[in-house]
Design a protein around this ligand. Structure first.
Ligand code: NAP
Length: 284
């Protein structure tokens, strides 16, 4: 019997990964959902999933949460800048608990990417490499949901504002990435590095697809980084957050989130979710 644990199971990706493990036939009692707030995953507990508390900064809780776990999916945390320390705590706890393999959700080409998000992932990959615990890094590109989650706003304004300057994004759905993570967890001899992504599009194509699927005209408006920051502040974002969002677009402009690798489709054994499918699903 193999016991699987998924961290951040209260988040979108972690929750989907737990569901994917169950769909792949793993018994609920062999799945441990590690969360900060157990009440958030009452639905998983009701299915028989073992729910344990484990904040990434609480070593003692993680030691208890990972007891008896064989394979761990470490979903990256959501506090940029603090994540290397947090992930290190999880990795050290996993090692102490005798976890035999860790799969970690990283970012596309973490070792060379200029994305402001990449340093945390690169640093975590380095910790994994020296940990002595066998591991796989799931270098996830962008989620389609980063855009479909803002569909209402695009439709209301008719505008898709950005500063990507024609840069392309190879994106896939969270469910695709979760299915891939589970495929890697279940595999007996996984690779060490996966570059995971779906089909690519630029913002003009993104706007055109939204227009086509919804019947409401949305046009992309490409502005300079400075103009983008100002516009975001006008929408109520503080200066730091606005700068961060614009830096993500600059990273797209530089090609950091574009790839033609098909590791994701290979892992999940089907084509990745298309942009049009994701927009349709979000519209519904
Ligand atoms: N590839 C992309 O496009 C993309 C986009 C956004 C994020 N990400 C990364 O992918 C991860 C998963 O994405 P998602 O959509 O599932 O994000 P999400 O829905 O925001 O979930 C984040 C999860 O991280 C947990 N978490 C944060 N800090 C933690 C800590 N200190 N200790 C324990 N758990 C902690 C949260 O727990 P609570 O429920 O207790 O808050 C939540 O379960 C994100 O955390 C981020 O690193 C990737």
């Amino acid at each position: 019997m193999t016991t699987y644990a998924v961290t951040a199971a209260s988040g979108h990706l972690g929750h989907l990964a737990v569901e994917a493990l169950l769909e792949r036939g793993v018994a609920a009692g062999d799945v441990v959902a590690v969360v900060r707030t157990p009440e958030k995953v009452a639905d998983l507990a009701a299915k028989g999933v073992v729910v344990r508390a484990g904040d990434y900064s609480d070593r003692a809780a993680l030691d208890a949460a990972l007891t008896g776990v064989d394979r761990l999916l470490l979903v990256s945390g959501s506090e940029p800048g603090r994540r290397i320390a947090q992930h290190t705590t999880v990795i050290e706890a996993a090692k102490a608990a005798g976890v035999s393999r860790i799969a970690y959700t990283s970012i596309l080409r973490a070792d060379t990417s200029g994305s402001p998000l990449a340093p945390d992932h690169k640093g975590t990959e380095e910790v994994l490499a020296t940990s002595g615990v066998p591991f796989s890094v799931l270098r996830n590109s962008w989620y389609l949901e980063n855009y479909t989650g803002q569909l209402g706003q695009y439709l209301a304004t008719g505008t898709l504002l950005g500063s990507t300057h024609g840069g392309r994004v190879s994106a896939a759905s969270r469910a695709d990435y979760a299915a891939a993570a589970v495929a890697v967890l279940l595999a007996d001899a996984p690779e060490q590095v996966y570059e995971l992504a779906g089909d690519s599009f630029d913002f003009t194509e993104l706007a055109a697809t939204i227009t086509e699927v919804t019947g409401t005209t949305v046009t992309s408006q490409d502005v300079s980084t400075e103009e983008h920051v100002k516009a975001l502040q006008g929408f109520g974002l503080d200066e730091g957050t606005a700068g961060f969002v614009a830096a993500l677009d600059a990273s797209i402009a530089a090609g950091d989130l574009e790839t033609d690798r098909d590791d994701l489709a290979q892992l999940i054994g089907r084509a990745t979710t298309t942009l049009a499918q994701a927009v349709k699903a979000a519209r519904a």
